[in-house]
Write a protein that binds this ligand. Structure first.
Ligand code: NDP
Ligand code: 8X3
Length: 252
């Protein structure tokens, strides 16, 4: 029987590219996200190659997460890799201009959602043992502050530290935990962050060479398919054409 990967946020960007990458290697797929029609399209594309189970899921809803995991059909229950990818940023404006509701949405998705899915699948992953993987999508924003990063970067700092702490508790179970921390990658991320501003999204990526969804999918697949005795703790990846800026100074 083939290994099973459970991917959150498989309707777009890294999650969708990861689904394709794992399918290429013959893994069975559990694909989740809120936009069910997109999951149906992806299942249509991949099910000729590997078994695919899709489930509409908002990761913020702990009870829905529990139900989706409890209802996994035969052949999809022994999850070997969890890809905690669902996430978003909202409002690139300075913190003092952002609606509290947007902060809550980001925190509820990137922290509570990730914790919900991890909690629901931990028993299965531990039962799977040696070589099982949790791959969390962090970000360079979790390590390096920048204007407009406010809660987004803070949620990704949580993701990093949660992963390290998980590793401490999972020692002896064989379950690995990795924080993949990408820099700028062209997906629907900026479209979502700007609430649908296509021009702003295009402006950000124009004239440079961002990472692609496929670049990150390759890294996700890599860490989850390494020999069972290897744990990559954190993998930070930037495009060559992205780097840091000097400190900002307020002057009279
Ligand atoms: P996309 O916007 O292209 O994809 C985000 C995915 O997350 C979608 O499939 C979306 O599905 C899903 N999602 C969002 N909210 C929820 C929710 N409440 N419940 C379930 N699924 C949800 O962005 P990326 O592929 O770029 O982002 C994937 C991850 O990578 C995120 O965690 C992001 O923070 C992180 N990241 C992105 C970077 C980038 O530059 N692109 C860089 C570093 C990290 P749906 O809307 O259908 O539910
Ligand atoms: C998203 C990448 O550079 O916008 O996590 O913070 S960046």
């Amino acid at each position: 029987m083939s290994d099973v990967v459970f991917i959150t946020g498989a309707t777009s960007g890294f999650g969708r590219a990861a689904a394709r990458r794992f399918a290429q290697a013959g893994w069975s797929l559990v694909l989740t996200g809120r936009r069910f029609e997109r999951l149906q399209v992806l299942r249509e594309e991949l099910q000729g190659r590997v078994p695919v189970h899709i489930a509409a899921l908002d990761v913020r809803d702990a009870e829905a997460v529990r139900q989706v995991v409890a209802a996994l059909p035969e052949g999809f229950r022994q999850v070997r890799a969890l890809i905690n990818n669902a996430g978003l940023a909202l409002a690139p404006q300075p913190a003092q201009q952002v609606a509290l509701e947007d902060w809550h949405t980001v925190i509820d998705t990137n922290i509570t959602g990730l914790v919900n899915v991890t909690h629901a699948l931990l028993p299965t992953l531990i039962a799977s043992g040696q070589g099982a993987s949790i791959v969390n999508l962090g970000s360079v924003a979790g390590h390096w502050p920048y204007p407009g990063g406010h809660v987004y970067g803070a949620t990704k700092a949580f993701v990093e530290q949660f992963g390290y702490n998980l590793r401490c508790d999972l020692l002896g179970t064989g379950v690995r935990v990795t924080d993949i921390a990408p820099g700028m990658a062209e997906t629907e991320f900026t479209l979502v962050r700007t609430k649908g501003d296509q021009a702003a999204s295009e402006r950000l990526y124009r004239g440079t060479t961002p990472l692609t969804a496929e670049d990150i999918a390759e890294q996700i697949f890599y860490v989850a398919s390494l020999p069972a005795h290897i744990n990559i703790n954190r993998l930070e990846i930037m495009p060559v054409r992205q780097a840091w800026s000097p400190f900002a100074i307020d002057r009279d």
